[in-house]
Design a protein around this ligand. Sequence first.
Ligand SMILES: [Zn+2]
Length: 345
Amino acid sequence: MRKPLVIDCHGHYTTAPKTLENWRNAQVANLNTPELGPRAPDLKISDDELRESIETNQLRLMKERGSDLTIFSPRASFMAHHIGDRETSATWAAICNELCYRVSQLFPDHFIGAAMLPQSPGVDPKTCIPELERCVQEYGMVGINLNPDPSGGHWTSPPLSDRHWYPIYEKMVEYDIPAMIHVSTSCNPCFHTTGAHYLNADTTAFMQCLTSDLFKDFPSLKFLIPHGGGAVPYHWGRFRGLAQEMKKPLLQEHLLNNIYFDTCVYHQPGIDLLTKVIPTKNVLFASETIGAVRGIDPETGHYYDDTKRYIQAAALSDEDRFQIFEGNARRVFPRLDAALKQKGI
Ligand SMILES: [Zn+2]
């Protein structure tokens, strides 16, 4: 069997030049006086600045760790859909998506884009469609990040199974792109952003799908639940039992043709459990580098987010490992597969 291409399906542009953050701060400072705030063209970041921000960070770590290609989206905690209104989010999403696109153009062998959406609390998700179309058609992006809670920790939107979200799903099915279900910054002090809100949302999204018949309406819809699926694999028995009581089909057929989990679990026992409980076909390699947990684990001497090590050490066959590193990503992201095939890969 040939060596797999190592595809990291979860990377964000967390290292963008500071100018981006300054632009955003000026936008936020002028929410009530947008005429005084910055305009999109005021943001100037050169190719050299982009190159440096990637070469010294994500690309350096990818090379050190042996990861080939990252599906690259705007910084999740910066999406902050709760800030401002639809216009605020539209301008911000367009800027952030364009930067990820430019990175994918500068490093076409190592990065391919996934889009953030210009969501805003209380606003019809169909307003996100033009940006989604632009990102897929003009930027060649292969997926989207869908925020199930644009309110930032207050959960004011209907569940993902509600028709509220259907315009997005219709477009996803049309384009054959998956969505990573990914919240952003928590503005609810009860929930730490990356330690609680993210994992809560992963678990919540799974349960919203479980209690519904969403995938009967959209048999080819695909969701990628990040951070190892939150609490889902660990509590698989609870979810199976609840589904049984609700007279739902077995989870294998009810959800596992549509829901996938990444490997952003930052220790070996977590990955061992994930790969034991969840079928291999539903697990995609990811590290979320450079992301929430940046330190070195004193117990192992390695970075917590060097998740490739855990996959390599897990009790998996070579075939399983091939699927987790490459095969599953190509199946879940058909546009990525097509882009690779076009390059003869
Ligand atoms: Zn993320």
